[in-house]
Design a protein around this ligand. Structure first.
Ligand SMILES: [Zn+2]
Length: 379
């Protein structure tokens, strides 16, 4: 397939933006409220891969056209973005009284593990709250906006609304369905194949590899099938250097329903902060240091939907599926994929072509072309 866009230069920052659902609006190109909301989104980007099951809400406080504080939510149980921005203002010696708060998502109005952000904004004397998108969480859903308005605070809704909704789509899915967001990533040859059966291939140039690393960093779990381990013997670790904060936990999940992989596979080697799980349907011999996820069988494998529920129960809000072909086709066929990152080489990978059914209502969100291939993001 031909790539239509090629205007993006692949820097680590661009890779991170694309891995988090971007490209995102650039504050430099915007004026007024949109400019500050773009800055709040930029704050929010710092929480991706860290905040689940909560949304990585970004917030900036603005007074007389100047940013006096900014913050982001980066861990369930820790303060939300609004509170972090208020604390940042305090640390800078700024008074938030009379300021405008720009928040990517509607402020919460319920007592969870932290107090409601609406109350904190009211008590700080914030004069106006600009919200990107309403929080569909039934405990909020317009309630936060209503409370602010009732206190005489001016409220704007929908500034950069499309971008904020796209940014928080993984959280919205988790709230609405109980399932984590699923990103599929595949590197295909021009013949639509992943490569010869049983042999390792490399169709992605090294400089484009950082997009693959960024996708791992943006996810809280990675899932692969048994054949991927058998052929490539990868560790599946997240080892990206820049620019995003490393995970506190990155779950490595291998579908090995019958426990056929050897104990010597590199993926089983313990890595700090990156626990490894084996999805099984039977009762195979346990592996040292590997936790088994017992799943109901489905077809020739396990129930992928059940796997996703198990991962959600572990606090995972974003899952990256890296193949192989059978697993990718399974996730797609069951409508479990939300986003597809396709690396397509101009050279054949010399294997059997995959039959992947990309939903017809999806559209290409971004693309990068390089000398021997292209990368596309669909959702
Ligand atoms: Zn909150």
């Amino acid at each position: 397939m031909a790539c239509s866009m090629s205007d993006l230069l692949l820097t680590p920052e661009v890779a991170w933006a694309l891995a988090t659902g971007g490209p995102w609006p650039d504050p430099e190109n915007l004026q007024g409220d949109a400019r500050f909301m773009a800055m709040a989104l930029r704050e929010g980007l710092k929480g991706v891969g860290l905040a689940s099951p909560n949304p990585p809400v970004g917030c900036v406080l603005v007074k007389a056209g100047r940013v006096i504080g900014s913050g982001v939510h980066t861990r369930a149980g820790d303060p939300h973005g609004e509170i972090m921005a208020l604390r940042d203002a305090e640390a800078r010696g700024e008074d938030p009284k009379g300021s405008d708060a720009f928040v990517t998502l509607e402020p919460c109005c319920h007592h969870g593990r932290t107090g409601p952000c609406t109350l904190a904004l009211i008590q700080a004397g914030v004069a106006r709250v600009v919200v990107g998108v309403r929080d569909p969480n039934p405990r909020v859903d317009g309630g936060g906006l209503a409370i602010l308005r009732a206190q005489g605070i001016a409220v704007e809704e929908g500034t950069l609304g499309e971008a904020c909704a796209r940014f928080h789509a993984p959280f919205f899915k988790l709230i609405r369905t109980g399932l984590p967001w699923v990103t599929l990533k595949l590197a295909l040859g021009s013949d639509g194949s992943l490569g010869p059966i049983g042999r390792s291939t490399q169709v992605t140039p090294p400089d484009v590899q950082q997009l693959a690393h960024a996708l791992r960093r943006a996810s809280e779990a990675i899932v692969v099938g048994r054949h991927t381990i058998a052929v490539d013997d990868p560790q599946l670790t997240d080892r990206w250097q820049a620019p995003a904060t490393p995970h506190r936990s990155f779950a490595r999940v291998v579908l090995d329903e019958d426990g056929l992989l050897p104990a010597s596979a590199r993926v089983w080697v313990p890595v700090a902060g990156q626990p490894v799980f084996r999805a099984v349907t039977g009762d195979p011999v346990p592996l040292r240091g590997v936790e088994d996820l017992h799943l109901p069988p489905e077809g020739r494998g396990c129930s992928l939907r059940h796997l996703l529920y198990e991962l959600a129960a572990l606090g995972v809000g974003r899952v990256l599926v890296e193949g192989g072909g059978t697993l990718a086709a399974g996730f797609l066929a069951q409508g479990l994929v939300d986003e597809f990152h396709r690396f397509q080489s101009d050279l054949p990978a010399a294997g059997p072509a995959l039959t992947l059914s990309i939903p017809t209502n999806w559209r290409m969100e971004a693309a990068i072309r390089w000398s021997t291939g292209c990368w596309e993001a669909w959702r």
